[in-house]
Each structure stands twice: as C-alpha cells, then as structure tokens.
Design a protein around this ligand. Structure first.
Ligand SMILES: Nc1ncnc2c1ncn2[C@@H]1O[C@H](COP(=O)(O)OP(=O)(O)O)[C@@H](O)[C@H]1O
Ligand SMILES: O=C(OP(=O)(O)O)[C@H](O)COP(=O)(O)O
Length: 404
C-alpha cells in the first residue's frame, strides 16, 4: 500500500475526515446501514487518541429526494461510535468554523452535506479542486486530512481529491481495508465461469465499465434499472420513466449507444430477465413475462421467479460471483425475491463471492443471511467495480501521489 495510514499520523491533532455516509432515505428518514458501522471504527480510533475529529460527508445528489441534511446521520453515527457527535448545519461558513474552533480533544463534529456547496461537485483534477474556496477555507483549520470514503473514491469531487494537495493526508481504516481487499480481488484469476450480477439504480456506473470487465467476467445477469434499460435496447416496451419516476430516461440518454453496442458485440455473455414483478391493484406482487408486456404503465420492482430460477442455475455453475447492485426493491419484502434468491444461491455454494453496492449489503442482514457465507462484502458499489477493472480511483491516486 503506498499511501499513509492512521499508523503514520501523530495523535492529538485537528483532523478533517471524509466519510461516505450516503444512505437510503425512506420517507425522509435516513436508514442505518453498514457504512455507519464501518466508518465508526475510524472515528472512534481518532477520538480515543485525543484528536479533534471533524467529519465531512455527502448525502444524495442535488435535485433528488434523498438529497437531505446530515443532521440524522450525526445521531446514527454517534450510536455506532459510542460517543457524542455534534452537528453543524454549515460546511465551511462562519457557523462551521466556529463549531470547529469550539471542539475539544476527543470530540467529534459532523459538518453539513458537502454537496450543498457549489465547489464540491463539478468533477475536476485535484490541482484545480485544491484551489477552491471550500478546500482552502477548511484546510486552514486542520493539521491533517483523512480520507475514509473508499466507496466515493471514483468521484473527482473537492472533498475527495482537493485536500491531499494542501494538507498531510492519510487513509482511514475503511479506505485501507476496502482498498486492500478490492485490489487483491482485482488481481485474482479463476479457472471456471465468472459471473457478475448487475442491478441497483446507478446503471450508468456499471454500464460504463462493462466493456472493461470483459476480460474478467464471462456472464452478466441483469436486473434493477440496468436490466430494464438493456431490455429496452433489445426492443421491449420497458426501461422508461412512468408515474413521476426519475430513474430511466436520463440514464437511457447517456447509455443507449453503449448498451446497444454491448448487446451486439457480446450479447451471448449478457442474460436479461424473462419476467418482471410489479404491484397489482390489490397491493400484491404480480408477475408478467417480458414478451407479454405491451406498454409500461407502472414500475417493475423486481425480476420475476422464472428469471430468479435461471439466475440461480448460473450462480451454482460459477466459480466466482460478483454482485453489484440489487435486482429489485428488496427493502420491500414482496420485491426481495430476485436479490435474496441470488444471494442465497451464492451463500449455499462455495464459489468465491463479492457483494457490493451501497445498499445491497443491507439485504444480507435484513434477510437473515450470514456475511460469513460470502468471501467479501463491500460497502462500495461503483468504486468496487471500477477497482475490478484495474482502473485507478482518483481519490486513492492522489493519496498515493501525495504520500511521503
Ligand atoms: N426495479 C427497481 N425499482 C426500484 N428500485 C430498485 C429496483 N431494483 C433495484 N432497486 C433499488 O436499488 C437500490 C440501490 O441498490 P444498490 O445496490 O445500492 O446499487 P447502486 O449502487 O446502483 O445504488 C436498492 O436499494 C433497491 O431498492
Ligand atoms: O453511494 C455511493 O456509491 P455506490 O452507490 O456506487 O456505492 C457513493 O456515496 C457515491 O455516491 P454518488 O454515486 O452519488 O457519487
């Protein structure tokens, strides 16, 4: 590992820590998940050493329903850390600076959602990001920067790539362990069939790297939003937004050409759902064969049972299975069949397996599966599949470049 870690950081300092607390938000309520539990280890270690610990994180994307304040995150984080986590509804303005100055040794503060600041999001190189006001203002308050946000390390945002150029920088415990595990996995080779289960909502992240995964993956099993977009490209009347959704049309615009090319060039490696599940008028799970869909009038919330059976067979014939994203809205038990079915098949076989996707790992504990039945459960989604391709992660690269 060629970056500095917490073992290299002198205790008793003012430390700015980038976490990834991006979480599901249901009816305005932030849902606890493994990201809190894992990052709490880094925060607790720093606080116990007598550092002043200021945490910075994001939630959602501007314009989306889950783009909310981090106030609730502070309470959830506090439960996992086992000590108070103060919250300030400001990121680098006077209120934030005052709260940072007020902190004593061993105390923890969480700043407001960093994506509420204009400087954060437009992607740019570290050099440019290091000069923005957000980075310059906050850097002046700290002795060191710790990046623990492995799962956001594929984004070139200010809080992720800007600070290592202006502060001594270190990887947190989550960054260290996820980087180590995912890099080791990327260099593994397998004799038998390697399968990747692709679902979730961030279709763009995975479609963008499917070409690069060609060497690594023999079979792709599609579900979730990516699955429907592929069905649309294959000519079925699905994969579009209905009823005020905002999941398909933008991602279709961005990826339609790539999807068509993938289907044409390696369609034999790509398996699509043959049936889909939806909520009927009585509120029950109902299913329809993809070939029988005449028009999409409501959301499809899971793959159907024929599809699950077919995917189950493929998983049982595989030597390695990588999961990136849920096959359906598994948080609702009626639509958990695809995600849980595939996870159960993996757990019952002795294939090498990695489960990732910001939310997918939640399905393991929600449905009584044991983490021990998987080789690695990552709290990262997009970053982990990018790591599999061997493509560098910008936030890791800058930590390495600036390490001494
Ligand atoms: N057909 C679907 N309709 C709505 N939501 C879906 C569907 N399929 C999957 N999801 C949702 O995708 C969410 C995100 O999955 P996740 O594994 O975190 O992938 P990603 O990293 O792409 O966000 C899950 O919480 C699940 O509810
Ligand atoms: O949850 C995240 O990614 P993931 O869903 O791919 O695991 C990260 O916080 C990155 O968020 P973003 O995809 O809105 O940049």
């Amino acid at each position: 590992m060629s970056f500095n870690t917490l073992d290299d950081l002198e205790p008793g300092q003012r430390v700015l820590v980038r976490l990834d607390l991006n979480s599901p938000v249901e009816d305005g309520t932030v849902q606890d998940n493994r990201r809190f539990e894992r990052h709490a280890e880094t925060v607790r270690e720093l606080a116990e050493r007598g550092d002043r610990v200021v945490c910075m994180a994001h939630q959602g994307r501007p314009g989306d329903d889950d783009f909310v304040s981090l106030r609730q995150h502070a309470d959830i984080l506090a439960e996992h850390v086992g000590r108070d986590v103060r919250f300030v509804p400001d990121t680098y303005g006077p209120e934030a600076i005052e709260a940072i100055d007020d902190l004593d040794a061993g105390e923890v503060l969480l700043l407001e959602n960093v994506r509420m600041c204009e400087d954060e999001l437009p992607e740019a190189d570290p050099e440019e990001k290091s000069k923005c006001e957000l980075v310059r203002t906050l850097a002046a308050e700290f002795d060191a920067y710790v990046n623990d946000a492995y799962s956001a390390a594929h984004r070139k945002h200010a809080s992720l790539v800007g600070f290592p150029l202006v502060l001594p920088s270190y990887a947190g415990r989550v960054m260290e362990s996820e980087y180590g595990a995912n890099t080791a996995i990327a260099s593994r080779t397998f004799d038998g069939q390697v399968t990747m289960v692709v679902g979730g909502t961030k279709a763009t992240d995975v479609i963008g790297v499917m070409n690069a995964l060609d060497e690594k993956v023999d079979r792709f099993l599609l579900g979730g939003i990516a699955g429907e977009l592929f069905l649309r490209a294959a000519g079925y009347p699905v994969g579009e937004d209905v009823e005020g959704m905002d999941l398909f049309d933008d991602q279709w615009e961005q990826n339609a050409d790539t999807i068509r090319a993938l289907l044409e060039e390696r369609g034999d490696q790509i398996t699509l759902a043959t049936d889909l599940a939806y909520e009927d008028a009585e509120g029950e799970r109902a299913e329809v064969l993809v070939e029988d869909v005449e028009e999409k009038t409501q959301g499809f919330l899971d793959v159907g049972t024929d599809t699950v059976a077919a995917y189950d067979d493929v998983v049982r014939d595989s030597e390695a299975v990588f999961v990136k994203g849920a096959l359906g809205l598994f948080e609702d038990e009626r639509f958990s069949v695809g995600t849980v079915g595939v996870l159960e098949a993996i757990a019952e076989t002795d294939c090498f397996s990695v489960v990732g996707g910001g939310d997918t790992s939640r399905a393991i504990e929600m449905y009584g599966l044991s983490e021990d039945d998987f080789s690695h459960v990552s709290i990262a989604g997009g970053a982990y599949i990018r790591a599999l391709t061997g493509e560098p992660l910008p936030a890791v690269e800058v930590l390495e470049a600036e390490a001494n």
